[in-house]
Design a protein around this ligand. Structure first.
Ligand SMILES: CC(C)(COP(=O)(O)OP(=O)(O)OC[C@H]1O[C@@H](n2cnc3c(N)ncnc32)[C@H](O)[C@@H]1OP(=O)(O)O)[C@@H](O)C(=O)NCCC(=O)NCCS
Length: 174
């Protein structure tokens, strides 16, 4: 297993293709992450180009996990709340780890780094939603996130089956 480094990425155009690979792999693996199967490469790249544009506008933090050789195997984002009365809040989303790199602690390292980066950016409250009963839900609970509750029929799995979502929050600063 390669070693990974977690970093806060800039709006680097080359990342769109690498992150598209990870998104496609997660959808093919059955994860409910915003898209139905089959997810074309063009749509996946367009999605990440949009994310990179929002990074450039300062609307979100994008973190990536890279091997020593520069291969991107995982990512997570923190989107800043758009409304002016919520400058303290961010939303953790699009946590994705390629299947080739799972169960080695990457997601845990990504979430911990995202919390630190959000705190450094002046946020003190993070929220997120995760598929109820999925691998991610266990991880967030382990990392001290507070479970708020589950909402049935919230989204769809890539094959069209409905899935329940659980909301979490974590206070990361005073
Ligand atoms: C959910 C997801 C991000 C987790 O990524 P990951 O990098 O495998 O997560 P981690 O390695 O930190 O933890 C996963 C498990 O591996 C275990 N693990 C971590 N390091 C390990 C190691 N060195 N050896 C053995 N097991 C290890 C963890 O304890 C955890 O165990 P658990 O499932 O019993 O709770 C990944 O499965 C994924 O991308 N899924 C599809 C997309 C998705 O659902 N995203 C979440 C949206 S909210």
């Amino acid at each position: 297993m390669s070693r990974h480094r977690i970093r806060v990425a800039g709006a680097e155009p080359a990342l769109a293709a690498a992150l598209a690979d990870i998104l496609i792999d997660c959808v093919e693996g059955g994860a409910s992450v915003g898209f139905l199967a089959p997810l074309s490469r063009a749509r996946a790249v367009a999605f990440w180009e949009g994310v990179l544009a929002s990074v450039a506008r300062g609307e979100r933090l994008l973190l990536v996990a890279e091997t020593d050789e520069g291969r991107v195997d995982g990512t997570v984002s923190v989107s800043f709340a758009a409304m002016e009365n919520q400058p303290q809040r961010g939303e953790l989303n699009k946590m994705l780890v390629h299947r080739r790199a799972r169960r080695a602690g990457l997601a845990q390292a990504l979430v911990t780094a995202a919390e630190s980066a959000a705190r450094a950016a002046g946020r003190r409250l993070l929220i997120l939603d995760a598929v109820t009963g999925g691998d991610a839900e266990r991880l967030y609970a382990r990392l001290g996130w507070q479970r708020v509750g589950a909402i049935p029929d919230y989204a769809l799995f890539p094959d069209g089956r409905p899935c329940s979502t659980t909301y979490f929050y974590k206070q990361i600063g005073p």
